[in-house]
Design a protein around this ligand. Structure first.
Ligand SMILES: NC(=O)c1ccc[n+]([C@@H]2O[C@H](COP(=O)([O-])OP(=O)(O)OC[C@H]3O[C@@H](n4cnc5c(N)ncnc54)[C@H](OP(=O)(O)O)[C@@H]3O)[C@@H](O)[C@H]2O)c1
Length: 216
């Protein structure tokens, strides 16, 4: 059913590369978007399945689903370059985090906890269906996760119930047991706020392949 389903991924870093390769391995038709397509030539040559590389606008236009995987500080600029008209009606999975490295490591949050990047993206792309997803786990675990102590549900949030149901389906196809829906897009404040904690916990555990799991 997902055979050839088109995904545009905005980004060229480790997250975009891992998600791009993973979606392609699961038979999606993937295009990565960047300001400098030349830097993804090696990635493209080493990937299997349907992969291509283009500008932010080309990748956004390509995707029925668009994934945001740019540095949080550049996400809104990337959306301007991509052209908000390319997102109308689409499912947008926002994996980016508004991390503030101005005081070094570990990071803080660019917008504190009275706003979030997820909300800013939804405000900018008011005709898209934005779901915060992937932002609380390492790039290495985003597709076919392999946690030794059990795979958690992926924490997601967004305003559109249909978009969240669609996201959960995609997550299952990528090897996740399902999604934990923590609320509307305003809950992105708290999914994003988990990340500075995730970095601190990773420092303590000496791994960045960990994740938070709700247990009861
Ligand atoms: N690393 C992880 O394990 C992990 C896990 C969860 C979430 N995340 C989040 O995922 C996102 C991507 O992380 P990453 O480590 O793969 O990459 P990154 O180094 O944080 O970001 C690189 C990407 O950001 C784009 N970018 C940076 N500034 C920009 C600007 N001013 N305008 C337009 N685009 C700009 C770059 O565009 P060009 O391609 O044009 O250079 C590039 O595609 C981040 O928000 C991060 O917090 C990361």
């Amino acid at each position: 059913m997902t055979e050839g389903r088109k995904v545009g991924i905005l980004g060229s870093g480790t997250v975009a590369q891992r998600l791009g390769r993973g979606f392609a391995e699961h038979r999606f038709d993937v295009m990565l978007g960047t300001r400098d397509p030349k830097k993804l030539e090696e990635w493209k040559a080493a990937s299997h399945g349907k992969v291509s590389v283009g500008s932010f606008a080309a990748a956004a236009a390509h995707g029925e689903i668009v994934v945001l995987a740019t540095a949080g500080s550049g996400t809104e600029a990337a959306l301007d370059l991509a052209g908000p008209e390319h997102f109308i009606g689409k499912l947008v999975l926002d994996a980016s985090n508004p991390l503030d490295f101005s005081h070094g490591m570990p990071p803080g949050l660019l917008y504190g906890t009275s706003d979030s990047l997820g909300e800013r993206v939804q405000r900018k792309l008011s005709h898209a269906r934005v779901v915060k997803c992937f932002n609380t786990v390492s790039h290495a675990q985003m597709v076919d996760p392999h946690f030794r102590e059990g795979i958690p549900l992926m924490m997601i949030c967004g305003d559109d119930p249909g978009a969240k149901a669609e996201t959960e389906k995609i997550l299952r196809e990528l090897g996740w047991p399902g999604a934990l829906d923590v609320g509307g897009i305003d809950a992105a404040r708290w999914l994003e706020a988990l990340v500075p904690l995730w970095v601190r916990v990773g420092g303590r555990l000496e791994t960045y392949e960990h994740a938070f799991r709700a247990v009861r």
